[in-house]
Design a protein around this ligand. Sequence first.
Ligand code: SAM
Length: 342
Amino acid sequence: PEHIRNAVVLPRYVRVNTLKASVDNVIAEFVKNGFALEKAKPSSGLLRSNTLCQDEHIPEILLLPSNIDLHDNKLLENGSIIIQDKASCFPAFVLNPPKGCEVIDACAAPGNKTSHLSAIMQNTGKIRAFDMDKRRLQTLIKLSGRAGCKNIEPILGSFLDADPTDPQFKNVEYILLDPSCSGSGIVGRMDHLLVTTADLESEEVEEADSARVASLAEFQKTVLLHAFRFPAVKRVVYSTCSKHREENEDVVAAVLAAQSDFGLASEVFPTWERRGLQIVEGGKLHLTSLFILFYLARIIVHAFYFLLSAHNLIRTDPSQDHVIGFFVALFERKPARLAAAA
Ligand code: SAM
């Protein structure tokens, strides 16, 4: 049937936790267990059984067959590998906090990006990991413990209640912000719930979700603007697993329009080709005066979004890139403002 043909099957991605093991050691362990190392990802994106390959963009990511059963895997149990989609590794990878710095992971649980930050920082410095959900924060504590992270301080509560002027945050220079989103970019794996691109693209689903997406977008703008208020912050990475422009490029446009301290970083992840949809600085391109003009304008704007792409935003396309649908924007404090803050 149509919906099965349109289903996107992704490889199983694991991230090597460099706090516990090296990429070479993990590959050697798989090879010892009968796996063959492929030089490159097959064009279908799908690995044959008992093969693996190293990711072309992020070296600590390995691709495994979609239907691999990792439940009793020793490397998983001892925290040497972490099941994490490739795209979900982009935020910590592009934020790239240096050793010894202070970081906030604003919406952190269950903590895959937190433990990735911890590995990038080689277990130095300090990561404050906020989450409002007690059960999810417990999972973060358990998983980051298994991963050997020693620089994470879990904080149960809303990031919005963290006062940027509180002296305890005065040295925070990096913020990772991966807030609640519609999840519309999540596509299934063979052994998971099969969500199809046909479902995601259906008008009905879009209509039913539009109020929820609008309210999520409001929340996303609020938390981003809150992140910009921390006095020493140099870089903020924003990400969603949504394919909706409203939660992605529109949020970026709105926060760029609402303040002048932070702009988009250029040259972000240059080896990744797929970029974001075009945004217009200063806000949304919506003509509200006349009903017909509004709809005409929407059609024109949508056409532009597809013709142009915003070079310093990152997007993924599950069917082309073989990863979940994802969006990443990296904000940087503008140099003059950085000097003034120093
Ligand atoms: N970054 C996580 C990871 O990679 O494992 C996934 C984060 S998930 C997309 C969003 C999280 O934000 C949820 O766990 C939710 O409980 C949390 N959250 C929602 N509102 C929040 C707030 N105001 N402050 C802190 N956390 C919040």
